[in-house]
Design a protein around this ligand. Sequence first.
Ligand SMILES: C[S@@+](CC[C@H](N)C(=O)[O-])C[C@H]1O[C@@H](n2cnc3c(N)ncnc32)[C@H](O)[C@@H]1O
Ligand code: SF4
Length: 454
Amino acid sequence: MSQSLINKYNVSGPRYTSYPTVPYWNSETFSLAQWKDSLKRSFRESNSTEGLSLYIHLPFCESLCTFCGCHKRITKRHEVESPYINAVLKEWSLYLQLLEGKPKIKELHLGGGTPTFFSPEHLNLLISGLLNTSDLAEDYEFSFEGHPNNTTEAHLQTLYDLGFRRVSYGVQDYNINIQKAINRVQPFENVKRATDLARKIGYTSVGHDIIFGLPFQTEADVIETINKTEALMPDRIAFYSYAHVPWIKGNGQRGFSDTDLPTPESKRQQYETGKKHFEKAGYVEIGMDHFALKSDSLYKAMINKNLHRNFMGYTASKTQAMIGLGVSSISDSWYGFAQNVKSNETYYSLLEDNIIPVVKGHILNNEDLTLRKHILNLMCNFETSWIDDALNFEELPDVLIKLKEFESDGLLQFELKQVTVTEKGKPFIRNICMAFDLLLQRKKPETQLFSMTI
Ligand SMILES: C[S@@+](CC[C@H](N)C(=O)[O-])C[C@H]1O[C@@H](n2cnc3c(N)ncnc32)[C@H](O)[C@@H]1O
Ligand code: SF4
């Protein structure tokens, strides 16, 4: 990738796990009543056909990794498990009272924080509580995020018996100095043990999360991590660009300074090198940040153009409605988004008062819905067409100028109301989506809200 393209396009920009992006939600006009109505509508339209997705946020971790941008709460006190599980089940019961009919679960994902902070017994209580009150879609997919240092055979077996077939492990990088800098010492043997155990039990998709652009990380470190990863051949690899967002309250990105981070050029080189290695080993790049073996459902979804992107990243099982349970979780009815409160204490107290613990959200208007569709098409399929839309981007001078510029830089082909991103353009997909993000264009952020695109 040329230096001039990096200089030109390395700007602060969204990762588009949603459109509109969270800072652009219209939370002042949003109400819980609107959210409930939009979810009820979505449920009526889609539950009996495709079913719904559940995301459950389990926020506790025993120690703080200083690169981590996720919502977490650090504690070694495992007494927190039981009240938290009870609160999530209470939240679910409030949704059950709201929805007209029995939910049919298509996708269930446990994220965090660290789901494996919880004992297998508590996870069993949680999942059984959710499943006892629901039906299952025929081709349901259950997955969880496991920490290689604390995922036990009992965790894996318990969740397998409940229907889980997919696990992703946080690996990040194997170099001990980087691990120390990010306060996450995790030997290869731990990842191998957790990966082998999952396979032995019968998990059909094991994923590893690797990050490039970490403090002190070099291209040689990325290669070494990839060599070790290839020794275990996970079915999926999330190859994340390190998102440096130290301004987000409480995320704990510290212990290193900005000058310890690789330059944008070396970070981009780490990605290019990683991609080359993964492709040589038989992985195919899926959307942005992901690689999968051809036997994995993510690859099949990409080929069949069924790939979907939501707050968890890419998924092979698209549903119109997703309910997020737990602190900070985001729910999506397609017509609206709602985010839960982040503080455990507020979460518990709202639930005690029988209130769904939503703190903010956004109801999409017709323009939002159209733009959401295009941004999703671009993020999942690297192409989109507005031939059938009322909104003609060629009549919007700001969008047109940008599309022409991407075209002249060789990043996309643009003709007859449609764009197709070229191979050269794929690393700039966030920038290309930004051209379609009319809310961002109308109101440029005054401070940095998003990580850098490269
Ligand atoms: C929330 S963690 C959950 C897994 C589990 N807690 C663990 O650490 O193994 C999910 C993944 O998000 C990714 N992640 C977290 N913070 C990130 C950041 N600042 N930039 C890029 N990826 C990040 C990491 O790859 C991590 O494995
Ligand atoms: S990376 Fe995982 S274990 Fe580390 S702080 Fe973040 S959520 Fe917790």
